[in-house]
Design a protein around this ligand. Structure first.
Ligand code: LMR
Length: 392
């Protein structure tokens, strides 16, 4: 018998919750789990700009022949100023299209492990629940430090400073570009500046996970932290996802950018190509082709950014409505108005999470993370009422 020595793996907490929600027969239920945007009708629509780009691709695409290991170079060239801004820095740059943002992180992890197998990857906890598994799967050691000070609900700069001092030269720090997952608490401009200085001083490498661009405060404001960071560090990796801001989730459109100096950047690019070839050979075409078609057209770009603005506006409105519900037991919803993006973390014990689900059909991730973009405005009050019933 084969495979008998394998241990059974725990379900992914986010994906398992989605399956449990679908299996729940109740009609009054609320899914605040996986990070997917829903509109006021509870749908996750295909963006109009995407539909239009798909129409154009359907009519005009001349071939389905292979694109190459790096994927769609025109997609990468069009995406670069969106991600990094128009002004060029002195850095050299390389990029590769990836299988979504997760694929970008994993390819980065494989590169990091190849270059220096004994390095450690550090990130603030809590973080996206897949971060730990992803870097461990690439064979890298993972260590965490406390991301938030629970009292102030601000970034715990002391814990970050201690992690910096404990790290060894060449270690990697995973930073969230914007819309921190799961807390919604982002670094200020001053904090980005001092993070960059500290990383450079200790010769540590930032890996920026940039998955919610445009969904916090806007495209420009959301990349401001990354730009400040890049001013202060010699090198960085940026894992970018088009899943949320182009609502292309299942198409797996993403990219990995290597920012640094020659010839290191070229060596990184050559190794990324070899790693991708030995793994999945080439990324899927369609999502990237859609993004490229949108970004190449002024008309479609304007349509896309207006749709993105509307999505962000809805999330911000929901945040304001939730904040209006004030404090409920240990949970201060008021602070949600100053946080950004789809997620915030509520102080919910496992028993609270279970009661929300069992008694009220409200599904939140076991850590207490809620996906605000999954709410409709009319659901804010019932959600707060369920919280009150559980926490009061
Ligand atoms: C999330 O955090 O919910 C999203 O990034 C989706 C996922 O793959 O977990």
């Amino acid at each position: 018998m084969h495979f008998m020595t394998l241990a059974r793996q725990a379900d992914d907490p986010i994906l398992a919750m989605g399956a449990a929600f679908s299996a729940d027969a109740r009609t009054r239920k609320l899914d605040l789990g996986i990070g997917v945007y829903r509109d006021e009708y509870g749908r996750t629509p295909v963006m109009r700009a995407v539909k239009e780009a798909e129409d154009r691709l359907l009519r005009g695409q001349p071939t389905k022949s292979y694109l190459g290991v790096e994927g769609d170079r025109e997609f990468l060239a069009a995406l670069e100023p969106v991600v990094l801004g128009d002004e060029r820095s002195d850095h050299a740059l390389a990029s590769i299209q990836t299988v979504g943002g997760t694929g970008a992180l994993r390819l980065a992890a494989d590169l990091l492990a190849l270059e220096k197998p004994d390095r450690t990857v550090w990130f603030g906890a809590p973080s996206w629940s897949n971060h730990g598994a992803l870097f461990a799967a690439a064979g890298l050691a993972v260590r965490t430090y406390r991301y938030l000070d629970p009292l102030s609900q601000q970034i715990d700069e002391v814990a970050f400073g201690e992690a910096l001092e404990a790290a060894r030269e060449g270690d990697v720090f995973v930073l969230h570009g914007c819309c921190h997952n799961p807390t919604g608490v982002d670094a200020s401009a001053a904090q980005w500046r001092s993070i960059g200085r500290a990383l450079a001083r200790r010769n540590l490498l930032p890996l920026v996970d940039f998955a919610y661009h445009g969904l916090g405060q806007g495209l420009e404001a959301d990349r401001a932290g990354l730009r400040i960071l890049l001013e202060g560090v010699p090198s960085a990796l940026v894992a970018y996802s088009c899943s949320k801001n182009f609502a292309l989730y299942r198409e797996r459109a993403g990219a990995l950018f290597v920012v640094g100096q020659r010839p290191g950047v070229e060596l990184a690019a050559s190794n990324l190509t070899a790693l991708a070839r030995a793994n999945y050979s080439m990324p899927p075409d369609h999502g990237a082709a859609v993004v490229r078609t949108i970004l190449h057209s002024d008309e479609l770009s304007a349509m896309w950014s207006a749709e993105l603005d509307a999505m962000r506006g809805r999330v911000r409105r929901l945040r304001a409505l939730l904040a209006g519900e004030g404090r409920i037991g240990p949970v201060d919803l008021g602070r949600l108005a100053t946080q950004h993006g789809f997620f915030s973390s509520l102080e919910l014990a496992p028993a609270d999470v279970a009661r929300l689900r069992e008694d009220h059909g409200v599904y939140v991730v076991p850590s207490g993370r809620i996906n605000i973009a999954g709410l409709r405005e009319e659901q804010v009050r019932p959600f707060a009422a369920a919280l009150r019933a559980v926490l009061a």
